[in-house]
Ligand binder design. Sequence first.
Ligand code: DX5
Ligand code: ZN
Length: 223
Amino acid sequence: MTPATDRTIHIHPSILSADFARLAEELARIQNSDAVHVDVMDNHFVPNLTLGLPVVKAIRQATSLPLDVHLMIEDADRWAPEYAEAGAESVTFHAEAAAAPVRLARELRARGAKAGMALKPATAVEPYLDLLEELDLLLIMTVEPGFGGQPFLDVVLPKIRRAREALDGTGIPVALQVDGGVTSETILRAAEAGADVFVAGSAVYGAEDPAAAIEELRRTPLR
Ligand code: DX5
Ligand code: ZN
């Protein structure tokens, strides 16, 4: 089947693995990326606490890169629109944490952001296939959300493949993002399964030269 869009590979470094005391400098090291991935965690939806709206606003001021905000928070319906207002290019909420995902996706778009929806590893994509036209981005987690540096879960690959088939079948232009355990090795399998946006935390910020690590990841062939 013909792909939904002319897909190209996108690399979104996660600042979860950056030095939070030197965020502006850390952002300057990933200028060649496609967007900066910002992990918001509330210690309820996931067992970890990171940053919230004030820090996202500060990051917005500190870089010209697009902000890809990944909300791992409860009550996404209440909070996600505020991140769109803060200037995020895309705001991704978890399907498991949204009471009304269609209403929320429309709200995000109305506030000028791309609407993203994320699925934890054990959440099936099938119940959400009819919602794809409401979304600009579908995030399939390749680790249990909460922490950087975890190993990539190959068990999720069939779900990525099914999501890619559904997207190509409908022709709806939704970015298919993977997040968690992405390295220069695992990215090959995720890309082969059909993902086209890759979040990488430790693989980028754990490298001596983050910009070179981004370029290496970018050389991955797309399916
Ligand atoms: C995990 C976060 C990820 C994390 C990825 O819950 O959503 O974005 O930063 O880190 P790595 O690439 O190290 O697995
Ligand atoms: Zn993330």
